[in-house]
Write a protein that binds this ligand. Structure first.
Ligand code: PEP
Ligand code: MG
Length: 540
């Protein structure tokens, strides 16, 4: 038995034969052509056929994985219509009197290199897309057909990497799982695998050799392991794990597309908490109504230096676009306390949880705050973004935040940079102070989201990081529940909506209590969406 460890992009267990993805090796030769006009027409014909194929792929993806994920094939169509791209190909054909294949391959390389050398991670990712669309045109020009090995038996698809178009074209009924040598968890392919509900492990490295084609294998998408030629004990263990997982998923699957409604008709929104773009696949897969908390500080934690406005803009835009009009609540950075980043140069503190963190940093180091706000207001043009502020304790803070937003908007206006002016704003209710002044705060903002993790810590004076205090950390404490009730009453008295985005929102023992309080939303980790929907539908 060979065991290879990679990165899991989607949970689940699959057992079957490994089948290496077949790619025809085309050799693109440079040949002289006399009639450059006819060659340009040949290219235009291939481009038109490629666009037709992409339209078909869009429709297939729309059905399989939803609009947000199908979008990539619309982007590919746009790339093929891009004037710079077309001009480059036709210029090469005409100026060098060469064949269309050579012109397309050269342009693809040049454009991919240009994208890869950009600073922006999102633009770097476009290098793979330009290669993918060009490959499609080349296949048409060369009359090449690619895809899965022709076999009737469902199998685990193995490959060096899979392009989004390759992934969506696979016959889903014959794919048990994906195993790739390379790939990033943020790639569209990873998102598609998650959305298609297919166990997938990427980044397995070169131990995954084509010589293993046809061998029996097991993907454990929970641990990111691939077992090749598994021994009896491993196989039995994996079969049991798979059966359990399938039973649980089948039960919850029935709830997809259903409303979050109690027996007596009370409705509530269920949104998801994320920390990264790569979580969006799980949000969609689990049928969340939106994103209730995007912990934007993870962007800062992953970096060695401050993420630039462009980097942040690309991430927020991508999340908003992938969610295709559903609400995306992005929390401004909550650095400090347990989330330390060296490049912020924060002093060591006696009581970090009570110290210089979150909005306190933003209001005193406004250059950091403004960069994030600029990225957020710009990205808001591309979807349904709301902005939420953490650790609020006073109305004065909200008023100061509004002044800074005003300055940011004036600057963007003066620079002629597009942004959305009226973005819904809210505050996190996670300090006892914010609960006590919640009526006043509700007049200033559009919504509240209760951060029960910190609210419990500050209400009970118990450090949430200290495992010795676990037995005292009681989020069901009547004081905590009264705080939530009070904030809900005050929000509603001012006609504002309120949700919970702390861990307590997913506590199924409290669902009924939250419904009684009239909460409008619960934001939980993606895997808790369907169990929570189930619980809500059982409530009177
Ligand atoms: C909370 O405090 O409940 C919350 C959602 O924020 P975080 O856990 O990121 O502090
Ligand atoms: Mg918090």
């Amino acid at each position: 038995m060979i065991t290879i460890t990679g990165k899991s992009v989607f949970g689940g267990v699959s057992i079957g034969k490994l089948s290496f993805y077949k790619r025809n090796q085309k050799v693109i030769k440079r040949t002289h052509v006399d009639d450059v006009k006819a060659e340009c027409t040949r290219f235009q014909g291939a481009k038109a056929s490629a666009i037709e194929q992409l339209k078909g792929l869009y429709d297939k993806a729309l059905e399989d994985v939803g609009e947000a994920n199908a979008m990539i094939f619309e982007i590919h169509q746009m790339m093929l219509e891009d004037l710079d791209y077309i001009e480059s190909i036709e210029n090469i054909i005409c100026a060098q009197e060469v064949n269309a294949e050579f012109a397309v391959a050269t342009t693809a390389d040049n454009f991919a290199q240009m994208f890869s050398s950009m600073d922006d991670a999102y633009m770097q990712g476009r290098a793979a897309d330009v290669k993918d669309v060009s490959e499609r045109v080349l296949n048409i020009l060369c009359g090449v057909d690619e895809g899965m090995n022709q076999t009737d038996e469902p199998c685990i698809i193995a490959s060096d990497d899979l392009a989004p178009s390759e992934t969506v074209q696979l016959d889903k009924s014959k794919v048990l799982g994906f195993a790739t040598m390379y790939g990033s968890s943020n790639s569209h392919t990873a998102i598609l695998a998650r959305t298609m509900n297919i166990p997938a492990v990427i980044g397995l490295g070169e131990e995954l050799r084509p010589q293993l084609d046809g061998q029996m294998a097991v993907i454990d998408g929970f641990t990111g392991k691939l077992y090749i030629d598994p021994d009896e004990a491993t196989l039995a263990e994996m079969q049991e794990k798979r059966a359990k997982d399938l039973a649980q998923k089948a039960l919850l699957e029935e709830l997809k597309g259903k409303e979050n409604v109690t027996k007596s008709g009370q409705k509530i929104n269920i949104y998801a908490n994320i920390g990264n773009v790569s979580d969006v696949g799980a949000v969609l897969k689990n049928d969340a109504g939106g994103i209730g908390l995007f912990r934007s500080e993870f962007l800062y934690l992953e970096n060695d230096t401050f993420p630039t406005e462009e980097q942040q803009f690309a991430v927020y835009k991508q999340v908003a676009e992938n969610m295709a009009g559903k609400k995306v609540i992005i929390r401004t950075l909550d650095i400090g306390a347990d989330k330390q980043v060296d490049y912020f140069g924060l002093d060591k503190e006696e009581n970090p949880a009570l110290g210089y963190r979150a909005i306190r940093i933003c209001l005193t180091r406004t250059e950091i705050f403004k960069t994030q706000l600029r990225a957020l207001y710009r990205a808001a043009v591309f979807g349904n973004i709301s902005i939420m502020f953490p650790m609020i304790i006073s109305v004065k803070e909200i008023q100061r935040i509004k002044e800074i937003i005003g300055e940011v908007q004036d600057e963007l206006k003066a620079q002629g940079i597009p942004f959305k002016e009226n973005v819904e704003t809210g505050v996190m209710i996670e300090t006892p102070a914010s609960v006590m002044i919640s009526r006043d705060l509700a007049r200033e903002v559009d919504f509240f989201s209760v951060g029960t993790n910190d609210l419990t810590q500050y209400t009970l004076a118990i450090d949430r990081q200290n495992s010795k205090l676990d037995e005292f950390y009681d989020p069901h404490h009547p004081a905590v529940l009264s705080m939530i009730r009070m904030a809900a009453e005050n929000a509603h008295a001012e006609g504002k909506w309120i949700g919970i985005c702390g861990e307590l929102g997913a506590d199924l023992e409290l669902t009924e209590e939250f419904l009684k309080m009239g909460l409008d939303e619960l934001s939980v980790s993606p895997s808790m969406i369907l169990p929570l929907r189930k619980r809500i539908r059982e409530c009177e």
